[in-house]
Design a binder for this molecule. Sequence first.
Ligand code: ATR
Length: 275
Amino acid sequence: MIDRYAVFGNPIAHSKSPQIHRIFAEQTHQSMEYVSQCVPLDDFAQAVEEFMAQGGKGLNITVPFKQEALAVTGQLTERARLAGAVNTLVLSEDGTLLGDTTDGVGMVRDIRQNLQWSIAGRRVLVLGAGGAVRGVLEPLLAERPAELVIANRTVQKAEQLADLFPDMDTISGSGFDALAGAQFDLVINGTSASLSGELPPLPNDLLAAGAHCYDMMYGSKPTPFMSWAQQQGAEACSDGLGMLVEQAAESFYLWRGVRPETAQVIAGIRRQLIG
Ligand code: ATR
């Protein structure tokens, strides 16, 4: 039987994961199938069980099931535990499901390898304190930034995320007001503000000379955060399309043990987006 994989979400129609994983499979000569499945909101655990019983080898999990997926795992990676979410399930040899999250490592790979921006020793600001931000903190800290400030509209949520890393004195939480006067070398937008065409209230002069700006969202045109970054004199800015492809590549590697090539896939989806 062919090895079966899928992405589970609701809604799922616009997911690019099937397209990405099919290109990876072709490129690396892996015999496998990858589909998307819209899972009823009250049926996640059952749907996972059924998929695995029918020859499933692994799953990607997306909105709104990333937290719920924790409960179906037999083992959890440390980065998934700290993320409080799972985006990849891998069938282990003992038949249990390993839960991992590849979003953060995908973002860091896009920033470091594709964009060639450094994180080590840099002052990093992350905007937002929801699930998306929680998912990238551990891999970001592993790059050893000089400091990592999480700024959020609801300050308490930013502080709670910083508290997940009690041994790290480089990470802290704050509100947007408290950013006045501070400067950063890398600013990452992880708020969902872009979705509604909005921008968090950021002070001027937040960007140090040569600063880079990264939006975890992507689209057919620059996000409001990227436009702000350009106006503020950022040396370079990027959206999160590379993160999408890199998190998929990391999942693919976990399942198949081969690392696909991503540059052409990113360029291909970019061409589609621009139309
Ligand atoms: P996700 O899973 O995508 O991270 P989420 O958990 O709902 O989604 O978190 C959304 C994040 O975007 C939060 O940090 C939210 O700020 P609050 O915690 O104060 O609600 C932030 N956000 C959403 N719209 C925003 C806006 N217009 N300005 C600033 N922050 C915004």
